[in-house]
Each structure stands twice: as structure tokens, then as C-alpha cells.
Design a protein around this ligand. Structure first.
Ligand code: 5GP
Ligand code: MG
Ligand code: MG
Length: 190
């Protein structure tokens, strides 16, 4: 059994999704995507850094579809627990996305700024289709004028770490997801 509470300095984090809960949800998402993309050759575009573990697990559960991968890298939360309120592009994709079936893979959609930015960037390439996949979705926080097609878990406005998600660039290697036990509401840049 994973530990229910972990401490990072003087901040307690509580287990939110165990490794096995995550793995079984990722398998379900993979099956759904596999079904939707049968006979197609999609390209999975991960958003670094946070999505790398989720995307690695997700694509290894998809064996019935010929797929490619590429990555965007955006500036993230950095050292803070709140969104910076603006997006900075650190790396673009190398693949030509024109005419391709593109699936954007995110660790988490919070304010929605990042996915909205990526959407505009990808639409400028004229893909054949574009869908979004996020392991975690803070639906009540996000301000989006399009849908997230594949969602792992909907979560409330809370700061989470592990399974790719960092705390001051650390803790991405936790196999489970933990939430900050919070006595103060978190600023999310909204
Ligand atoms: P956005 O606010 O643009 O939707 O989210 C931007 C990025 O901030 C996400 O892709 C993710 O990498 C990071 N982020 C958002 N919420 C959280 C969170 O609760 N914990 C961590 N560690 N990162 C988050
Ligand atoms: Mg991310
Ligand atoms: Mg971060």
C-alpha cells in the first residue's frame, strides 16, 4: 500500500489516485482511443514536461494503431503552485502536422491556457483532425471554448503532484498522485 500522507518540507500531501487506479484508468483511455483511431495513423503530441510519464504509459497500452509521437514544451508552473497566467513556448513540434490526425496529450488542464495555446498553434498547421487527452481536468477552473475529448479524472481546484506533475520541479517520479492538504485556497491565476 502506498503511503496516504507524504510530507514535502512542512507541507502535507494526501494520496489522491494510487498507482493501480491510475494504471487502470490509463488502460481504459487507451482502449477508447484505440477504438476511435482504428485504421488511422495518429500523431500523439505530448506537452512537456508534465505529460511525459502519462504519454509513455498511454501509448504502450495502444498496440493496435500505428502511431507517432512528438512534443511541445511550454513554460509551466515553475516554482509556484499557481499558474503563471501566460504561456511561453520553449519547443515546438518537428513533425509536419498538416493533414494528420493529432491527439494532444496533457498531464493536467487547469486554467486551460496551455491547451488553448497549443490548439491555436496546431490549427495553424491545418491538421486533418485535432483532439485533446488529459489525465486530470480541473473542469470548474478551466476556461475553454472547446472540449477535452479524453479525460482521466475530473478533480476540483487543488494542487496535485506525482506521475509527471512536479513540485518545484521535483516529485515527478512519484508513481501515484497526491494533493496538497490545503488550509489556504490556491491562486490559479484566474
Ligand atoms: P494551465 O493552467 O495552462 O491549464 O496548466 C498549465 C500547466 O500547469 C499544466 O499542463 C501542468 O503542467 C501545470 N499544472 C496545472 N495544475 C497543476 C497542479 O495542480 N500541479 C502541478 N504540479 N502542475 C500543474
Ligand atoms: Mg502539462
Ligand atoms: Mg510544473
Amino acid at each position: 500500500m502506498p503511503e496516504e500522507i507524504i510530507w514535502i518540507g512542512d507541507e502535507p500531501f494526501q494520496l489522491l489516485f494510487s498507482e493501480s487506479e491510475i494504471q487502470s484508468r490509463v488502460r481504459q483511455m487507451a482502449l477508447e482511443i484505440e477504438k476511435d483511431y482504428a485504421g488511422k495513423s495518429p500523431i500523439f503530441v505530448g506537452v512537456l514536461n508534465g505529460a511525459f510519464i502519462f504519454m509513455g504509459d498511454l501509448i504502450r497500452q495502444i498496440q493496435g494503431v500505428d502511431l507517432e509521437i512528438d512534443f511541445y514544451k511550454l513554460s509551466s508552473y515553475g516554482k509556484e503552485k499557481a499558474s503563471a497566467g501566460q504561456v511561453q513556448l520553449l519547443k515546438s513540434v518537428d513533425t509536419k502536422l498538416a493533414g494528420r490526425d493529432v491527439i494532444v496529450v496533457e498531464d493536467i488542464v487547469d486554467s486551460g491556457l496551455s491547451v488553448s495555446y497549443i490548439r491555436e498553434a496546431i490549427l495553424a498547421h491545418s491538421p486533418k483532425s485535432l483532439r485533446f487527452c488529459a489525465l486530470l481536468f480541473k473542469e470548474s477552473v478551466a476556461d475553454l471554448d472547446f472540449i477535452i475529448d479524453y479525460v482521466g479524472f475530473r478533480i476540483p481546484k487543488q494542487f496535485v503532484i506525482g506521475y509527471g506533475l512536479d513540485y518545484k520541479q521535483l516529485k515527478r517520479n512519484l508513481p501515484a498522485i497526491y494533493q496538497l492538504v490545503d488550509s489556504h485556497p490556491i491562486q490559479t491565476g484566474k
